[in-house]
Ligand binder design. Structure first.
Ligand SMILES: *[C@@H]1O[C@H](CO)[C@@H](O)[C@H](O)[C@H]1NC(C)=O
Ligand SMILES: *[C@@H]1O[C@H](CO)[C@@H](O)[C@H](O)[C@H]1NC(C)=O
Ligand SMILES: *[C@@H]1O[C@H](CO)[C@@H](O)[C@H](O)[C@H]1NC(C)=O
Ligand SMILES: *[C@@H]1O[C@H](CO)[C@@H](O)[C@H](O)[C@H]1NC(C)=O
Length: 285
C-alpha cells in the first residue's frame, strides 16, 4: 500500500514539475529542461514569424523537431545569446531565407536535416561566426552556392548528404574564410562530375566523402594541392582508374574504394601500387 502511494506521489511530482517547466510564447508552447534545453511541444502556425523564437537568455539548445514547419521568416530567432545548438530537423522547410539565423553569432551547430530545402539564400548563413557544423542531410538541393560559407569563419563540418546534387562545380568553396580543417560529406547524391577546381581554397580536409554517387572516372585533378586524411569513393560506378593517375587519386592517408564495379586487373594494379607507395586503399567487399 505504501509503495503504491509512494509511486503515485512520484508521478504527481514529476507531472507538476513538467507542467511548471512549460510556458507559452507567441502561440508556441515550450518545455524547458535542465541545462538550458528547450523543446517545442505545440504551436498554432506552420510558418515561424519574426520574433517567434526569441528572448530566452539561458537557451543553450533548442529543438524544433518533427513539427511540419513550412517556412521561417527573417528574424525568427532573436536575442538568444546562449544558443549553441539548434535542431530544426524533420520539418517541411523548402527555403532558407537571409535573416533567419544571422543574429545567432554563438551558434556552433545547425541541424536542418530531413526537410525539403531546395533553395538557400546566398547570405543565409552570414555572420554565424561560431558555426562549426551544419547538417543539410536529406534535403532537395540541386546545386551549391559558393557564397553560403563566405561569412562563417569557424565552419568545419558540412553535410550535403542525400540531396539531389549532380556536380561539384569549380570554386564551390572558393569564398570560404574558415581555416578548416574541413569535413565535407556528399554521400547519396547523384554526382557524376567534379570540376578540377571544385575544392580550390581548401587546404586540409579530414574527411571527404563522395560515397554512393554516380562517379564513373577519376583522374584526381580535383584533389591537387589538398591534404586529406580520409577520402571515400565507396559505392560509385568506377570500373578502373588509369595507372598514370594513381599518384593523383590516392593522395589521402586512406582511400575507401569499396563497392565499385572494379575490373579484377585494375583492382590488383591499385593494390600493388598502394603497397609500393605505402598508401592505405581499402576495398571491403
Ligand atoms: C505533421 O503532419 C503529419 C501528416 O499530415 C501528421 O500526421 C502529424 O501529426 C503532423 N505533426 C505535427 C507535430 O503536427
Ligand atoms: C555570445 O556569448 C557571449 C558570452 O558568452 C555574450 O556576451 C554575447 O552577447 C553572445 N552573443 C550574442 C549575439 O548573443
Ligand atoms: C552581417 O553583419 C553585418 C555587420 O554587422 C551587417 O551589416 C549585415 O547586415 C549582416 N548580414 C546579415 C545577412 O545579417
Ligand atoms: C595523415 O596521416 C599523418 C600520419 O598519421 C598525420 O600526421 C596527418 O595529419 C594526416 N593527414 C591529415 C590531412 O589528416
Amino acid at each position: 500500500m505504501h509503495k503504491i502511494l509512494c509511486l503515485l506521489c512520484v508521478i504527481y511530482l514529476l507531472t507538476v514539475s513538467a507542467i511548471k517547466n512549460r510556458f507559452e510564447k507567441n502561440g508556441i508552447t515550450f518545455e524547458r529542461h535542465r541545462g538550458g534545453n528547450y523543446d517545442l511541444l505545440t504551436h498554432e502556425v506552420l510558418t515561424l514569424q519574426s520574433g517567434s523564437i526569441a528572448d530566452m537568455p539561458d537557451a543553450y539548445r533548442i529543438y524544433l523537431r518533427e513539427q511540419n514547419f513550412t517556412d521561417m521568416e527573417p528574424g525568427t530567432f532573436q536575442n538568444l545569446p546562449s544558443l549553441k545548438t539548434l535542431f530544426v530537423f524533420s520539418n517541411k522547410l523548402q527555403k532558407i531565407k537571409t535573416g533567419v539565423f544571422n543574429s545567432l553569432t554563438n551558434l556552433t551547430l545547425l541541424d536542418l536535416h530531413a526537410n525539403r530545402i531546395s533553395h538557400i539564400d546566398p547570405n543565409a548563413f552570414d555572420n554565424l561566426t561560431s558555426l562549426e557544423i551544419i547538417v543539410l542531410l536529406n534535403n532537395r538541393l540541386t546545386s551549391l552556392d559558393s557564397h553560403w560559407f563566405e561569412l562563417t569563419p569557424s565552419i568545419k563540418w558540412i553535410s550535403f548528404a542525400e540531396n539531389q546534387l549532380t556536380e561539384i562545380p569549380a570554386h564551390a568553396f572558393g569564398n570560404i574564410k574558415s581555416p578548416g580543417p574541413f569535413s565535407l560529406i556528399f554521400d547519396g547524391n547523384q554526382i557524376t562530375n567534379i570540376d578540377n577546381h571544385a575544392f580550390e581554397g581548401l587546404a586540409e580536409i579530414i574527411f571527404l566523402s563522395l560515397s554512393s554517387n554516380k562517379i564513373k572516372t577519376v583522374t584526381g585533378n580535383f584533389l591537387e594541392g589538398l591534404e586529406i586524411d580520409l577520402l571515400s569513393l565507396k559505392d560509385n560506378d568506377i570500373k578502373c582508374i588509369d595507372q598514370e593517375y594513381f599518384g593523383a587519386v590516392f593522395v589521402a592517408n586512406k582511400t575507401d574504394i569499396s563497392k565499385n564495379p572494379w575490373t579484377l586487373q585494375c583492382l590488383t594494379e591499385i593494390q600493388t601500387w598502394a603497397e609500393q607507395h605505402d598508401k592505405t586503399v581499402e576495398h571491403a567487399s
